[in-house]
Design a protein around this ligand. Structure first.
Ligand SMILES: C[S@@+](CC[C@H](N)C(=O)[O-])C[C@H]1O[C@@H](n2cnc3c(N)ncnc32)[C@H](O)[C@@H]1O
Length: 517
């Protein structure tokens, strides 16, 4: 038997992500919305800005070497883009020179790197020199070879606060499992009962088909021979709890230690994941929960990470709402100055409302809420969501339905136009099914902004390819403008794709008759 962290599970997980790259999100196999929204990116950006302000307060104007932001396990890159776009605006407002910032997207998957280099939203940041990319294995690597600039970042390469974004990654890294039974520590080991059988199958099915069994046996609290800090946490759990089941995020801690090596100065880990923030919330005697979603993941023990940070002399900022499943935290190491801006910004932003609340308000069982009595009430919810592009996309059909049936006030029209402008600024093509420009174009058409609608339908063709519905809608928009020649052209394109479609044939006839007049 082996400890959970030495299980073959983690090796298979690395292989899963390395082999599939961004495909798992394009096909919507691995969930990403709760960690990839403009609301969360906005919170991260505020933390980074506040920490730069704290640094300037303590050290005066920085030299020209950049503040580095490393994103670990960046995956598809949507969060990186949201954060970069937000920071671009912040740097303009604060009049901070661009050379102060270098964002490094990293992942274990080389395939992801290849997709970032050509992505419409990321490429401009690469071209401007703000963004570089690298392969990085969080629980092993201590160096970074940047793929664009060729720069090599090593131990103590960085002389400013280093920001590390760990978004939905700690739950993917190795864990150990323990249980305290009558104040006595036990290790919980994992056995994959059908390991031999699933090894022969397709990796995509590995996690779905795996049958798990957990086996417990008593262990000494000096379990981690090379890490007394972790042993102290085990001892404290054993003393403080009569019965408790918990995980030790050993992969996350290795990741933290590997990244701390890049600098002698402050390192700030902005972490979001589903997890537990207090030992009082531990189950008494449950087996570890392995959740399946293409690959697998496990809850992150934020309480252990807090204890670890504080035992290492660092600061830990946790959300006010300890009960939320989805947590955001800031673990800060090696600061030699006070951090009032960082602390105030975190506690002020995340004292009660959090990303989990936003998603619980916007969705029931993963579906957008229906039964709104007015357009204004849908706009209210979208304003709360800061017109996050994915949330707007999920609501756009309801917006259009209300626009078709209800009168719109000038005030609500302004709100929608402001929201659409924001949703478009954060457009990041990922899911095949989420044609944001089509949704914006259709909303604008239903508000009577035909020329603007045409502009967005054309973006839809550019990003999502030729589609009969897009050409159909273009026909309607040109028809509304009285441009029957273009309307004819568009309906003909539509019929090239769906020659037997009755609705298209009828519209073609109507346009032809209008042209004769
Ligand atoms: C659950 S996904 C999260 C992706 C993205 N950060 C998000 O919030 O949607 C985990 C990501 O971590 C990467 N990953 C897995 N193991 C890793 C490791 N040991 N080091 C670095 N990245 C890893 C995967 O390739 C994948 O992109």
């Amino acid at each position: 038997m082996t400890s959970l962290s030495n299980s073959i599970l983690w090796q298979r997980m690395h292989e899963y992500y390395s082999q599939l790259g961004t495909e798992v999100w394009i096909d919507e196999v691995v969930p990403q919305q709760i960690t990839n929204n403009t609301y969360l990116a906005n919170n991260y950006a505020k933390q980074i800005v506040a920490q730069i302000q704290d640094y300037i307060l303590a050290h005066g104007k920085p030299d020209d070497l950049p503040f580095y932001i490393f994103e670990i396990g960046a995956g598809h890159g949507r969060l990186s883009f949201y954060l970069l776009e937000n920071l671009r605006q912040a740097f303009e407002v604060f009049e901070w020179p661009k050379k102060w910032l270098k964002f490094i997207m990293t992942d274990i998957s080389l395939k992801s790197l290849e997709s970032w280099q050509t992505h419409h939203a990321l490429k401009p940041f690469i071209d401007e020199g703000w963004l570089d990319i690298a392969v990085f294995n969080a629980d092993r690597d201590t160096e970074l070879k940047l793929a664009i600039s060729g720069q090599h970042l090593k131990v103590n390469s960085i002389n400013k606060p280093l920001f590390v974004i760990c978004n939905y990654i700690f739950d993917t890294l190795a864990q150990d499992a323990f249980q305290v039974i009558n104040h006595r520590l036990h290790e919980v080991e994992l056995v994959i009962k059908n390991a031999d059988k699933i090894e022969k199958g397709d990796l995509k099915d590995y996690f779905k088909d795996a049958q798990y069994e957990f086996v417990k046996h008593p262990v000494d609290t000096n379990y981690y021979s090379e890490n007394p800090v972790l042993n102290k946490i085990l001892q404290d759990y054993e003393t403080e709890s009569e019965n408790a089941a918990f995980l030790m995020p050993i992969g996350a801690i290795m990741c933290i230690e590997n990244l701390k090596k890049f600098t002698n100065g402050p390192v700030m880990f902005l972490v979001s994941d589903k997890g537990v923030t207090d030992k009082d919330l531990f189950e008494e005697n449950d087996d570890p929960d392995i959740s399946f979603h293409g690959s697998v993941s496990m809850m992150v023990n934020f309480d252990a990470l807090r204890r670890y940070t504080e035992l290492c002399g660092g600061n830990c900022l946790l959300m006010g709402d300890k009960g939320a499943d989805f947590q955001v935290a800031n673990f800060i190491f090696q600061t030699d100055y006070k951090i009032p801006n960082t602390t105030y910004t975190f506690t002020n932003s995340l004292s009660c409302f959090s990303p989990q609340d936003l998603f619980d308000i916007c969705y029931i069982d993963d579906e957008p809420i229906t039964k709104f009595t007015s357009l204004e009430s849908i706009v209210n919810i979208l304003n709360l969501a800061e017109w996050d592009p994915s949330i707007f996309y999920d609501y756009h059909e309801q917006v259009i339905e209300k626009l078709e049936n209800d009168a719109i006030t000038v005030g609500v029209q302004h709100s929608i136009l402001n929201g659409l402008e924001r949703a478009w600024r954060y457009f990041f093509k990922l899911e095949k099914s989420q044609d944001l420009p089509f949704a914006i174009g259709s909303t604008l058409y239903n508000m009577g902004f035909n020329e603007k609608a045409i502009e967005f339908y054309n973006y839809s063709l550019e990003f999502f390819g030729k589609d009969k519905d897009t050409y159909f809608n273009l026909t309607l928009a040109y028809q509304a403008l009285g441009n029957y020649v273009k309307a004819q052209e568009m309906i003909n394109e539509s019929l090239k794709i769906a020659s037997k479609n009755k609705a298209l044939a009828e519209l073609q006839k109507e346009i032809e008759s209008l042209q004769v007049i």
